[in-house]
Design a binder for this molecule. Structure first.
Ligand SMILES: Nc1nc2c(c(=O)[nH]1)N[C@H]1C(S)=C(S)[C@@H](COP(=O)(O)OP(=O)(O)OC[C@H]3O[C@@H](n4cnc5c(=O)[nH]c(N)nc54)[C@H](O)[C@@H]3O)O[C@H]1N2
Ligand SMILES: Nc1nc2c(c(=O)[nH]1)N[C@H]1C(S)=C(S)[C@@H](COP(=O)(O)OP(=O)(O)OC[C@H]3O[C@@H](n4cnc5c(=O)[nH]c(N)nc54)[C@H](O)[C@@H]3O)O[C@H]1N2
Ligand code: SF4
Ligand SMILES: [Mo]
Length: 694
């Protein structure tokens, strides 16, 4: 029996775990007290690392679709087949005829971060999509505009703050996002124990709202009005005192002039006196942090919301001070590995939505496959993504994928999306991998560094994800004519992740090497966050300009907001034991009470003569689904809540446990046409729906 240290990569909390291995099998997984960031915290999903390892449905060799069903294929034969087919399709229809979707687990894998972008670059296509545009794009846009780099994202300094204002986030279920703070619940308790205050703004009285000092319902999609009114009131109270390196306050003052608390109250449902009081408390707190997550990103005015949150923190002097919002300084600087960002350099072919950071909004993916013409997508590569369940109007995408000439998936499961593939390449599971977290140290509330050796050996015939990207990349490059760049790229693809991490540590801000970090397997503590401005800004001027034209020009769009009498708006939710679209195949995680119900206020049920538990039809502009409804006093009247990631009832998948899990896919009724006008982010929250008896 041995106990090995690693960290859980299933969510952004990156908890340290101790894994007990007996005779080559995992027998126990628990929290690692020696991890300076997670301090022993884990959640019920950690044990699923073992289920992933042992799941008989998990693919362990590449497979190819044939007339006789799925057949194993050798790795090299698979790479040649794929490079050949992609090449032929691009020669015939142009390079944009191959599309790519990169899904969420890529950011949780070292090998994907070090080797996937280089491989994708070999496809030279502009039809690139990822989960970003149904997730954190507005955060990245705000950071790009204000701080000059898309990943220079400040995080609440939760361990020192005295006032935390949270919108559209439920870290007690999600364990925190764009903010790596394992043990979020305990950290919130500590804020309150220190005499601090936690305020939650959410259309549902969430698990997080239950442990906060205050919770206020907000009408979905109207947070921008609430935030502009806060800024208005902070300025009116004389509490706007931005740092010397900040410009544009006068333009902001003018832009929010009409956004009085009374006007915002009418639209948001948050009473004017609450807006006034929160503004006063926020404006005078000695250390305050405002944080907004998925609920204020994947909604119609997500870009305005995330800009406004930054503006609120900046003008109250809370950006870059202890207990406010701060910039992490990780041992490997992830910002250097990624461009600063750009927006609108090209537009999507059919609808003309802007690219961001080289990717088009995922809401345009199905139409780019289905609409004939020059530049139409005829082949797709998906990597660690299940967009049939996770992107708007999944049914339309399901049909679109079926119409492709060729599709490849890098994925361990034959699921709702990968069932459309011609070839599936399964990477080795997390416990067989080495890991250093490049992304989430960049978003962590404390600076730490940690390397994980693999817990279990990888079978000889299995491949790590980085090896798949390397070999597929090489197969693609080999087909191009000789050039210096070709030789350099081939050399680059062959550098293993650990060497990239070592180099990153050596040029990083601390005197570290991979060897030094490995000596402390529980992780090295590099201390609390430190002030970094204005020096760390990527703008050459070393100044922050609040008055971003892109945002200010779109503020008048908010005039279209209404109080929406009689309307129902759909929002999403997460549960501690679910993980997006892909962990329902763990029997241990899915057991217990069903959690797919549509939550609805008793008054809304009564108005429609519906009753608790009844099967109802939920209809939006995109389609309709049938689902059981559950009465809840914790949801705002006029709002219904449905989790995404369910709907595992497609034929041709290999998901023995998940296919028994009840519940439809929420994204069968979210609408690909409903996007944030500023940046094209999918608005999956605040979708107008009707609910009737099924
Ligand atoms: N309605 C609604 N829709 C949403 C959201 C919402 O709140 N509401 N949230 C959105 C958000 S924030 C996100 S991030 C997206 C996520 O949506 P996706 O990007 O589709 O990601 P997942 O649903 O996590 O699907 C993960 C896929 O990767 C595979 N996988 C798991 N581990 C690995 C691995 O290590 N390597 C590889 N190659 N594959 C792996 C799984 O089998 C699965 O097919 O969903 C979005 N969709
Ligand atoms: N257990 C678990 N953990 C996860 C995931 C998971 O699927 N399961 N997914 C991971 C991923 S990919 C991500 S991106 C993060 C997301 O992390 P969070 O953002 O914390 O995710 P949610 O729990 O969906 O919380 C979003 C909240 O927004 C609220 N909301 C919806 N619409 C609005 C609105 O218009 N205004 C306001 N103010 N609130 C609104 C919802 O009611 C919900 O409480 O979680 C990650 N962690
Ligand atoms: S909170 Fe749970 S899922 Fe997230 S890293 Fe920790 S143990 Fe894993
Ligand atoms: Mo996400």
């Amino acid at each position: 029996m041995t106990v090995r240290r690693t960290s859980c990569n299933l969510c952004e909390a990156i908890c340290g775990v101790l894994v007990t291995v007996e005779d080559g099998r995992v027998t126990d997984i628990r929290g690692d007290e020696s991890d300076p960031l997670s301090r022993g915290h884990i959640c019920p999903k950690a044990v699923a690392l073992r289920d992933l390892q042992e799941d008989p449905d998990r693919l362990t060799t590449p497979v190819r679709r044939t007339a006789d069903g799925w057949q194993p294929i050798g790795w090299d034969a698979a790479y040649e087949l794929i490079a050949g087919r992609f090449g032929a399709i691009q020669r015939e229809y142009g390079r944009n005829a191959v599309g790519v979707y990169l899904g969420n687990p890529n950011v949780h894998s070292l090998g994907a971060l070090t080797h996937l972008p280089a491989m994708v670059r070999q496809l030279r296509t502009r039809n690139r999509f990822s989960a970003t545009s149904i997730d954190q794009l507005p955060h990245m846009l705000a950071s790009y505009l204000l701080y000059g780099h898309q990943l220079m994202v400040p995080v609440p300094d939760i361990d020192r703050t005295s006032y935390l204002l949270m919108l559209g986030a439920n870290p007690l279920a999600s364990n925190g996002s764009m903010m790596t703070a394992p043990g979020f619940g305990r950290r919130l308790k500590e804020v309150r124990k220190r005499g601090g205050k936690v305020v939650v703004i959410d259309p549902r009285r969430t698990e997080t709202a239950a442990v906060a000092d205050e919770h206020h319902f907000v009408r979905p999609g109207t947070d921008a009005a609430f935030l502009l009114a806060l800024i208005h009131q902070v300025i009116e109270d004389g509490n706007a005192r931005p740092a010397a390196y900040v410009d544009g306050l006068a333009a902001v003052e003018e832009a929010v002039e009409a956004w009085t608390p009374e006007r915002a109250a009418e639209l948001t449902g948050v009473p004017a006196e609450v807006i006034r009081r929160v503004a006063a408390e926020y404006g005078t707190a000695d250390r305050a942090a405002c944080y907004g997550r998925v609920g204020v990103s994947t909604q119609q005015f997500g870009a305005i919301c995330q800009w406004a949150i930054q503006v609120l923190n900046i003008i109250t002097g809370n950006l870059d001070r202890a207990g406010g919002t701060m910039f992490p300084r990780p041992a490997v600087n992830a910002l250097l590995g990624l461009g600063r960002g750009h927006i609108g350099v090209w537009k999507s072919r059919v609808r003309g939505l802007p690219e961001f950071g080289g990717e088009l909004p995922v809401s345009t993916m199905a139409e780019e496959i289905r609409t004939p013409g020059d530049g139409q997508i005829r082949a797709m590569l998906t990597v660690a993504g299940n967009p049939v369940l996770s992107t708007p109007n999944g049914r339309q995408l399901d049909e679109a994928l079926d119409s492709l000439d060729f599709m490849v998936a890098v994925d361990p499961y034959l699921n709702e999306t990968t069932r459309h593939a011609d070839v599936i390449l399964p990477p080795a599971p997390p416990l067989e991998r080495e890991h250093y977290d490049l992304v989430f140290h960049q978003l962590a509330v404390r600076n730490t560094a940690r390397w994980n050796d693999p817990v279990l050996p990888k079978p000889a015939e299995a491949r790590h994800d980085w090896e798949i990207f390397r070999d597929l990349g090489l197969a693609l490059v080999r087909r191009t004519p000789w050039s210096r760049r070709k030789v350099a790229m081939m050399a680059r693809l062959r550098v293993p992740p650990r060497r990239i991490v070592d180099a990153g540590l050596r040029i990083g801000p601390y005197p570290l090497t991979l060897r030094k970090v490995r000596r402390t397997p529980g992780g090295i503590d590099l201390g609390p966050l430190q002030p970094a401005l204005p020096g760390a800004l990527f703008h050459r001027s070393k100044r922050i300009d609040l008055a971003q034209r892109m945002i200010l020009d779109d503020l008048p769009l908010l005039d279209a907001l209404t109080c929406g009498d009689g309307e129902l708006l759909l929002i999403g939710r997460r549960h501690l034991r679910n993980n997006n679209s892909w962990m329902h195949n763990s029997a241990r995680l899915v057991k217990g009470k069903p959690r797919h119900h549509l939550l609805m206020h008793p008054q809304d049920l009564a108005d429609r003569e519906l009753s608790d538990g009844q099967l109802v039809t939920v209809t939006s502009a995109a389609g309709s689904i049938a689902v059981e409804v559950a009465a809840s006093n914790d949801i705002m009247p006029g709002v219904v809540s449905l989790p995404h990631g369910f709907g595992h009832h497609h034929p041709g998948t290999r998901l023995t446990v998940a296919s028994q899990v009840p519940g439809p896919s929420a994204n069968d009724i979210t609408d690909a046409a409903f996007t944030d006008p500023t940046a094209g982010t999918a608005a999956v929250n605040g979708v107008p729906v009707t609910v009737t008896a099924a």
